[in-house]
Design a protein around this ligand. Structure first.
Ligand SMILES: NC(=O)c1ccc[n+]([C@@H]2O[C@H](COP(=O)([O-])OP(=O)(O)OC[C@H]3O[C@@H](n4cnc5c(N)ncnc54)[C@H](OP(=O)(O)O)[C@@H]3O)[C@@H](O)[C@H]2O)c1
Length: 272
């Protein structure tokens, strides 16, 4: 397949590099374009750098649109005249709806939300399809996305909250454990870097333990926090104090997501 990626920022670069370096990638040819040309100086060998978005999209089987929501409409309008009837267009953005995108392009479309954990081939990549997409299109796309992790299909209306859980979550996890480590460092002379490593290794191992042994959060808490013991003093604080912060976190992010969707809607020329 001819696979084109427009927008060579954080996501476009990561997807291109992952696919181009994979065994699956050997079956395909890759074309990239970006607004500022400097970013395209070090693309992986074999990837073709295009002068324009139209050159990139022309003849493509799959086009990944790796641009921010405000730039989506401009890019789509630019490439639609050169897209074939069979072209499969993939938007990386969860806020711009198929209804908006379909104002510019009436063919096969998907939305794909990868996570930064794709860097270590452990993305939980979300995908949702419009009604034009056929079984073989889904298989082809999911084979590509599997190169850097698992693929989870969701209905379009669940992609927002789904994105919080897999795409934003590395940021939430990192900030929560940053707070924990900052507090822990006040009580120890263990070097800061070692504190972080100890917590990170324990965090990863706890996740693996739960997945491998099919344990729930409650199972782990029960196993470690024996009644009247030291751990229980800590878990009690988490269960008493943290729910308010967690509710606030999702209220804030979902509110921001709604605003982003409204702005995207305005850029597509619709009243919010
Ligand atoms: N970052 C994440 O973790 C993540 C996760 C899931 C989904 N997403 C979604 O993925 C999309 C891209 O995000 P990102 O983090 O990769 O953004 P980014 O780093 O800002 O990259 C966007 C790229 O698009 C290029 N661009 C903008 N307008 C263009 C145009 N008209 N023609 C060609 N290229 C153009 C920009 O070029 P310049 O160099 O000229 O600015 C930039 O390199 C967004 O919709 C985002 O919501 C991101």
């Amino acid at each position: 397949m001819r696979i084109s990626l427009i927008g060579y920022g954080s996501m476009g670069k990561m997807i291109t590099e992952k696919l181009a370096a994979s065994d699956e990638g050997k079956n395909h040819s890759f074309f990239v374009a970006n607004r500022s040309k400097e970013k395209l100086q070090n693309v992986p060998s074999g990837v073709v750098v295009c002068d324009s978005n139209s050159d990139c999209a022309r003849g493509a089987d799959i086009v990944f649109l790796c641009v921010r929501p405000v730039d989506l409409k401009t890019v789509l309008e630019e490439i639609v005249p050169v897209l074939s009837d069979k072209a499969f267009v993939i938007s990386l953005n969860g806020s711009v709806t198929f209804a908006m995108l379909e104002k510019c392009f009436s063919g096969k479309m998907a939305k794909v939300i990868p996570s930064v954990t794709a860097e270590v081939d452990r993305s939980q990549t979300l995908v949702t399809y419009n009604c034009k997409v056929e079984k073989t299109d889904k298989e082809n796309l999911e084979k590509l996305l599997s190169v850097f992790g698992n693929v989870i299909e969701l209905p379009e209306n669940e992609v927002g909250m789904g994105s919080e859980l897999v795409s934003c979550m590395p940021g939430f996890i990192a900030s929560i454990f940053d707070v924990l480590c900052t507090s822990a460092k006040k009580h120890t002379s263990i070097p800061d870097a070692q504190v972080v490593k100890m917590v990170l290794q324990t965090m990863c191992a706890t996740g693996e333990l739960m997945l491998e042994k099919d344990m729930s959060f409650e199972d782990v808490v029960t196993r470690v926090a024996t009644p009247g013991g030291i751990t229980q003093e800590g878990t009690k604080v988490v269960y008493e104090k943290f729910p308010e912060a967690a509710d606030l976190l999702f209220n804030k992010t979902l509110e921001k997501r709604k605003m982003t969707a409204e702005r995207a809607q305005a850029s597509f020329g619709e009243d919010a």
